[in-house]
Write a protein that binds this ligand. Structure first.
Ligand SMILES: C[S@@+](CC[C@H](N)C(=O)[O-])C[C@H]1O[C@@H](n2cnc3c(N)ncnc32)[C@H](O)[C@@H]1O
Length: 474
């Protein structure tokens, strides 16, 4: 048998049909490098031209057998078989507004759905005191529940607010595409294109406009992490935002584009260490070839404008009219009673919590979005983050962490119903949560252990996390 026969190469759709998966599943395996991309000559390829892509049935079967073994192993290790969400394709994990902006450390919407649908009824009031990018709020709203989210980071509140806001969908689309067009015209001007369809300003004023944009930029970070034209394009976009109604939405589109336009390697968008030199090739581990750092921002603005408008429209069809409340502040201190009093659910108590707090010493939540803080000048409150990476994982850091989470739960205690159900998703390596529950007046009812094989914005390394189900210890 020759090499080609042995690989059993077939087009993607056929492979999906033969192994009983969807084409989306197969694309997901390809994207995550679980199986290789081939052409019909049996050569491995990085990118397929139209109609060229083949996958190897042999490789696919080996991979699926390993997945099954893994599922079995997890099952025997006491991991919840349903909560691993094995085989859930990427496009579902990042469905509609969940992909409006990257966020390191978010949980997948299916995990929220799984618990909310089993433990709560429509109209329930759900609190997430560590709201992050708002996954609980989006899913809760979709399931006709009232939601309240708190986060210390203003940018996270902005993302969550933009995801959950109710829009005039046509207007939102028009605004997003209009700014995109104007920045695209500006970008052409920067590239020296002359055309009567580019009536932004007379040619001789271009230098003046550039100088005035740079004068508006007093961030050393922005000057270092972006190529010159990328910087000008994003500053130009920022200048246009006040002319529109959905300004926060435009800020999120721009932030997402800006994040992807930094002078960083493709394989390290989440935690880049330092900027790459402009225009210089580097070896790209993600694409397996030499790449050049991006030198503009408009490419990403193009990529994300239509995408954002489409995602908003998808969620608009699913969303409910239940209230969504977002509070920017320290969950240890926020006066929840007073805050709720100002919402459409004034006077109601909370039916449950679904949240994933920071874990000890893992992520600096403000810092991961430094580009947005630098671009928009949002005030930072890093020192109020619980368990930040910069404070490490020492015994003292663990103790401070326990104090922090206990303070949050105690603060929520008085606005929770007596039979409220509290779900806390934690990678509790140091086994701190039994003590946290006791110190804050709760008892653990059940622990669900799940394998995390695909967090939406984190690496692929599997680890375990626990969902602690607690209730008041009355
Ligand atoms: C693990 S993330 C939550 C992610 C969220 N589940 C999602 O899907 O996007 C933890 C969040 O807690 C926030 N946080 C940390 N300390 C806080 C504090 N003292 N008060 C309120 N939020 C805090 C961080 O800013 C971060 O967004």
């Amino acid at each position: 048998m020759n090499m080609l026969d042995e690989l059993e190469l077939v087009p993607l759709e056929e492979a999906a049909r033969i192994v009983g998966k969807t084409p989306h599943n197969i694309r997901d395996y390809l994207q995550r490098g679980r199986i290789a991309k081939y052409n019909d000559k049996g050569e491995k390829i990085a990118r397929a031209k139209n109609g060229e892509l083949r996958v190897s049935l042999k490789e696919l079967r080996v991979f699926l057998a390993l997945v099954n073994q893994g599922d079995e192993k997890h099952h025997h290790a006491g991991l919840h078989p349903e909560l691993g969400f094995y085989g859930l394709p990427e496009y579902q994990r990042t469905k509609h507004v969940h992909r409006l902006h990257p966020y390191l450390g978010k949980f997948i919407p299916q995990l929220v759905e799984w618990f909310l649908s089993r433990y709560f009824e429509p109209d329930a009031v759900i609190l997430d005191p560590f709201m992050g990018s708002g996954t609980t709020l989006v899913q809760g709203n979709e399931m006709k529940m009232h939601t309240i989210g708190i986060d210390i980071s203003p940018f996270n509140c902005l993302i969550a607010g933009v995801k959950t806001a109710k829009y005039d969908i046509n207007k939102a689309r028009t605004e997003i595409l209009d700014v995109e067009k104007r920045v695209a015209n500006f970008s052409k001007r920067l590239a020296g294109e002359q055309s009567p369809t580019l009536p932004l300003f007379p040619d001789d004023e271009l230098e003046e406009v550039k100088a005035s944009l740079l004068a508006e930029c007093n961030s050393q970070y922005l000057r270092e992490w972006f190529a010159p034209n990328a910087l000008l394009e994003m500053l130009y976009y920022r200048r246009l935002i006040p002319q529109y109604e959905y300004q926060d939405l435009l800020r999120v589109v721009l932030s997402r584009a800006v994040r992807s336009s930094r002078l960083v390697p493709h394989y390290d968008l989440a935690t880049p260490k330092k900027p790459l030199p402009v225009g210089k090739e580097y070896w790209c581990r993600k694409h397996n070839r030499y790449c050049v750092p991006i030198d503009n921002c408009i490419t990403k603005i193009h990529a994300y404008s239509e995408d954002t408008a489409r995602r908003l429209a998808q969620f608009d069809k699913l969303r409910s009219d239940r209230s969504v409340t977002i509070i920017q502040g320290d969950s240890r201190k926020v006066d929840l009673k007073a805050e709720i009093a100002q919402t459409p659910i004034a006077g109601r108590l909370i039916d449950g919590i679904f949240t994933s707090p920071p874990y000890v010493g893992q992520i600096d939540y403000h810092d991961q979005h430094i580009y947005a803080y630098e671009l928009f000048g949002f005030p930072r409150q890093d020192e109020l983050e619980i368990g930040p990476k910069k404070r490490g994982k020492s015994k003292q850091a663990q103790k401070d962490y326990v104090d922090g989470i206990v303070a949050v739960l105690r603060n929520a205690y008085s606005v929770l119903k007596d039979d409220a159900k509290v779900f806390i998703v934690a990678n509790d390596k140091f086994r701190l949560y039994p003590e946290i529950a006791r110190l804050s007046g709760f008892k653990i009812i059940e622990e669900f252990h799940r394998a995390v094989t695909k967090r939406t914005e984190q690496g692929d390394d599997p680890y375990q996390e626990t969902i602690f189900f607690m209730m008041k210890d009355l």
